[in-house]
Ligand binder design. Sequence first.
Ligand code: BDP
Length: 696
Amino acid sequence: MLIRRLGPLWTCAALALASPALADDGYGLWLGSAREQGASVPVDWTSDSPTLRIAAEELRRSLPAGSRPVLLARADDAALAGQRIDRQALGTEGYRVQHATIGGRAVTLVTGATDLGILYGAFALLRHLDSGGDPANIALASAPQTRLRILNHWDNLDGVVERGYSGQSLWDWWTLPDFKDPRYADYARANASIGINGTVLNNVNAKAESLTAPYIAKAAALADVFRAYGIKVYLSARFSAPIEIGGLKTADPRDPAVAAWWKAKADEIYRAIPDFGGFLVKANSEGQPGPRDYGASHADGANMLASAVKPHGGIVMWRAFVYADTDPEDRAKQAYTEFEPLDGQFADNVLVQVKNGAIDFQPREPFHPLFGAMPKTPLIAEFQITKEYLGFATHLAYLGPMFEEVLDAPTGARRGETVASVITGKADGHTLSGMAGVANIGRDRDWSGSTFNQANWYVFGRLAWDPGLSSQALAREWAVQTFGSDPMVIGTVVAMMMRSREAVVDYTGPLGLAHLFATGHHYGPGPWVSDLARPEWNPVYYHRADRNGIGFDRTRTGSNAVAQYAPPIARRYADPRTTPLEDLLWFHHLPWDYRLADGRTLWEEMVRRYDRGVAEVAAMRAQWATLKSRIDAERWTKTDTFLAIQQREARWWRDASLAYWMSVNGLELPAGSKAPEHGLEHYKQLRFPYAPGNPH
Ligand code: BDP
C-alpha cells in the first residue's frame, strides 16, 4: 500500500553517505545529504490518505534500524482513547510525537488533528533524530504560530525569475499542465518538511495572462501535486486584468461590472483548484495598476477582490509596498501614510502584507512602522529570502539573525508587543496571520544557487512556523541535517553563518546606511548615483552625504519619520545618543566628526566597520578551508569559490564606497586603513548589463 517514489533526493543521499569525498550536488537539501538510508522500520496508519502515505514513506525509509515501529493516527482515532492527547493544543496543523503502548504494542505515536499535522509530526521526528536528538526520549509537540507560511515566487511566465539567482523558474509553464516534473513533488516535500503551507506561483509584477484559462489549468496541475503536502496555491493578480483579458473599459473596484468579472474569475479558478488560497496584489507601486488609478482606496481594491474569493474561503494579501514618484514625502514614510488610516476598513479575509522594513529589503532596516500601527488589520510580514541586496546567490549571508532581529523588535505600541506577536495575530486576537518569504528557489541543481542559501529557505520556514525559535539553534539544526554530525564541521559552519549577515552590512553600508546599490540590477556599489528619473531611486537621496555630514534626518528637524513609531520607540530613534549604532544614519544626519560613545568619530567608526566586514569574509574563507577533508568535494569547492568571489567583492564594496565618501568629505583614511585599490572613476564606470535577476 505504500507509494514508491525513489526520487533523486534519495539517490544522492545514498551516494553522499558513502564518503565525504564523493560528489553531493546539493539536490537533497537538508533532507538528503546527511541522512542515513532507513532500515524499513514498520510504519502503520489507522486511516488512509495520500498525505499519510507520504508521512509513512518518509519514516519507513529514513528511521534508523532499531527504531520502534511507528503508528500514525489522528488524535480522534478510537485507538488513542487512552492517550490523553490535548486536542486543543494541536490546532489544525500541530503534532505530537511520543512513545506509547497501543493495543499492547510499544510504538512511536505520531498524531495530529489532521493528516497534515501528522505529516509535520513525521518530519519533526526525523529532524529530531537527524539533529542528534535522543531516540530513547521522544516527546515532541508543536503547533504553528501563524496560519499562512507562504513563499512568494517572483517567477515570470517566460521562466525568468525577478531577483532570482538560482536559474530559471522551477515552473515549466510551457510543458504544464501535461508534464508534471518530479521536481515539483520534491519542492513540495522540502516545504512541508519545514511547515510551509502556501506558495504564490507568479511574480507580484503580474501578467494578466496568469488568470486566463490555460494558465489556470497549469496552476491547477501544480496544485494537484502540492495538495498532499499541505501546500495551497495562490496567484498574484494584476489589478487591470478586467481590462486586459476581460474586455472591460475600467478596473475601477467600485464598478459593479468589475466586481462581477472578478467574481466570475474566482469561480472559474475554484472550479479548477477547489482549495485555491487566494490572491496576492501589488497595486499602485512601481508602475503597477491599482485602485488609486480611479481615485479609490487600497481598501476598496482589496475588499472587492476579497468578496470574490470569500464564498470559497479564499483570502487576499494586499501589499503595503507602495511609494509614488508624485509624492515628495520621504519614501520611508509613504506606506504608513497611505495604509495606517485604512485600519479597520479591510474585509475580514484581507491581510495587509508589510515588508520587514519601510524601504526595501536592505541588509539592515529598522522594523516597518506599520507593525503595531494597524491593530484592526491582520498583517503578514514579507521577508526577502532571495538576496537581492545581500550579494545575490554568491555571497554567504545567513538571514536568520536578520529575520529574528525584526520579529523580536518591540513595537512600543503596547507592553510586550513585538513584530512577532503582531504577525502571529496574538497581539490583536486575529485568526488570520502569517509570514511570507520571497523565494530563492530556481532550477539550479541545488535549488537556491548555493548550499548556504538553502539555509535561508530553511530558516524562513522554521521561523514562520514559530517566530520564537532562535536563529542560532536553527542554523545548527540546518547544518547537522545538511552536513552530518561532525562537531568540527557544525561548530565552524554555525559560527560562519552567525556572523555572515553582519559582515555584509559592514561592507555594503554600515551604521544604518541603505540603498547604496548600483542601478537596476543592485549588484555592487553605486553610492554616487544621482541621475535617475525619480529622486528616491538614487542612492544620494538616502545617504545625503556632503562635505559636512552624512545620513538621513528622519527626526523632527527632517522628515519626522520617527513619529510613525509608537512613542517609546519614536523617542529612542529621535536622539542619536539613544539610537542603536546599527541604525544611526537611517535616522540622523550627523557631522563626519561626530563623536560616538566610544570616543571614535563617525568617520573612523565607519571605516572601521568597512574594514571589519572585509576581514570577516577573509576569516570565513579561512574557516571553510579547515573543513576541506570533512565535506564532500562538490559542495566544498563551490562554497570555497563563492567565498573567494565574496572576498574580492567585499573589498570592491569597501574600496569603492570609501573612495566615494572621501571624494565627498575630503578626509584621510584613519591610520592603518588601506587606501582603495583604484580611483573612484574606476568604480564608477563598471557596468553589469547581464547581471541575473534584473527585469528588462
Ligand atoms: C524590489 C525589487 C523589485 C520588486 C519590488 C517589489 O527590486 O524587483 O518588484 O521590490 O517588492 O526590491 O515589488
